[in-house]
Design a protein around this ligand. Structure first.
Ligand code: NAD
Ligand code: DAU
Length: 369
């Protein structure tokens, strides 16, 4: 049976990739793409589906509970997939308030609206789903020899961002146990791919190489992250919606741990290769003199560490593998090449998102524009 989805944070990195994935795979479903269009939200990410008659964009803040209730009723929504969040750890360290507002109060506002419309007003008393998209950061940090995070690892969030996501996970859980809301939660590892905002490590490194700017490595660069191609995250959420048990949580990841310095060196090598093989790049990105010379690595610069920087994240995806049959489809080798190619081919996209308030943030963070 076809669904009506409300996707929050739909103009952000993962939300947009999810909407594009979903509308291609389930063309009969209706999608209401909701987003407040903060600095991280970009309606252009959804351009490919804007003209689809099953697509509606709602420029709405998740804090606006009456408007969310009206949307749920008016569109007869039966499924919420909740991505909307403040998502950048560095920003949560310098300006935490927005993280508490959106990630905690905003998630609660959505939960209240869903409960009100689906359960209290009886629109979909049992055949509804509230899927909450969360992160591995709620589990804290691992030593090099610790086992990867499983669904039973105790929560130990270390940044204001992680703490706000942990709080939202607990609220979602409580609405199931207390009010019977049909919820599920997925905790995913670091995503990468198209439409990734260039304040995050992978797109920052790619775009900085193209401007011939320093590639900032926090601390010793030996921190480890577990990278998953964004479409494989969308696929995981799809499976949780299809086969996941209500009230349960699922860790999504692809067993792909990399030290930051190694991933940055790999990107440098691959960008240099693209420049060596595609001569038109030399004209298009004339500023990228290090890449043109095959020496992007020379841009690597060690900078002050992130306060409270988590040393290692790693997801144990056994539960999702065994119960949902989840397996990522993209290898890192192909995914990172695809991603670099996407940034090389979509200069207009990243130039546009780098304008405006993002520049103020870069100046504050690095003292450069
Ligand atoms: P993003 O910052 O790229 O996008 C967030 C989107 O939410 C933006 O479009 C923004 O405009 C919107 N938004 C922010 N506040 C809002 C509000 N109050 N009301 C409505 N919309 C609002 O983030 P992302 O990387 O796409 O992450 C999406 C979700 O996935 C987040 O919940 C994040 O915690 C989670 N997650 C991210 C990763 C990752 O590697 N990026 C990994 C695991 C989980
Ligand atoms: O693990 C999932 C999380 O991954 C998500 O919940 C977050 O929303 C998402 O932003 C991401 O958080 P990280 O802090 O891991 O991602 P970020 O890209 O900011 O940084 C990745 C690693 O690279 C981290 O160890 C910090 C480091 N780093 C980052 C930047 C931006 C640098 O060394 N230099 C940089 O300039």
């Amino acid at each position: 049976m076809s669904k009506v989805l409300l996707v929050t944070g739909a103009a952000g990195f993962i939300g947009a990739n999810f909407v594009l994935y979903w509308m291609e795979k389930y063309p009969e479903d209706k999608v209401i793409a909701l987003d407040a269009l903060t600095y991280a939200g970009n309606r252009a990410n959804l351009a490919a589906v804007e003209d689809n008659t099953n697509f509606t964009f709602a420029h709405v803040n998740i804090l606006d509970e009456p408007v969310i209730e009206a949307l749920l009723k008016d569109h007869n929504v039966d499924t919420i997939v909740h991505f909307a969040a403040e998502s950048h750890v560095d920003r949560s360290i310098t300006e935490p308030d927005a993280f508490l507002e959106t990630n905690i109060i905003g998630t609660h506002s959505l939960l209240k609206a869903a409960r009100q419309v689906w359960i209290e007003k009886g629109l979909h008393p049992s055949d509804h789903r509230f899927h909450h998209v969360s992160t591995d950061e709620v589990y804290g940090t691992l030593s090099p020899t610790d086992p990867a995070f499983s669904e039973t690892t105790p929560y130990a969030p270390n940044s204001p961002y992680a703490a706000s996501k942990a709080a939202s996970d607990h609220l979602v859980r409580s609405y199931h146990h207390t009010y019977g809301l049909q919820v599920s939660t997925s905790n995913c590892s670091n995503n990468y791919g198209p439409y990734h905002f260039p304040e995050k490590l992978i797109p920052l490194v790619i775009t900085n190489i193209l401007f011939n700017k320093a590639l900032p490595i926090y601390g010793d660069g030996q921190q480890i992250r577990d990278w998953l191609y964004v479409e494989d995250h969308a696929r995981g959420i799809d499976l949780v919606l299809e086969k996941g048990v209500v009230g349960e949580t699922y860790n999504i990841g692809g067993i792909n741990e990399w030290a930051n310095i190694d991933i940055v060196k790999l990107i440098c090598k691959l960008v240099d290769e693209y420049f060596a093989n595609e001569t038109e790049l030399v004209q298009r990105f004339a500023k990228a003199t290090a890449a043109i010379a095959g020496q992007s690595e020379s841009l690597i610069t060690y900078v002050k560490d992130r306060p409270g920087h988590d040393r290692r994240y790693a997801i144990d995806p056994t539960k999702a593998n065994d119960i949902l049959g989840y397996q990522p489809q993209e290898s890192f080798e192909t995914g990172i090449r695809k991603t670099i190619a996407w940034y090389l081919n979509n200069e207009q996209w990243w130039q546009a998102v780098m304008d405006g308030s993002y520049q103020d943030w870069v100046s504050k963070q690095y003292g450069q524009s």
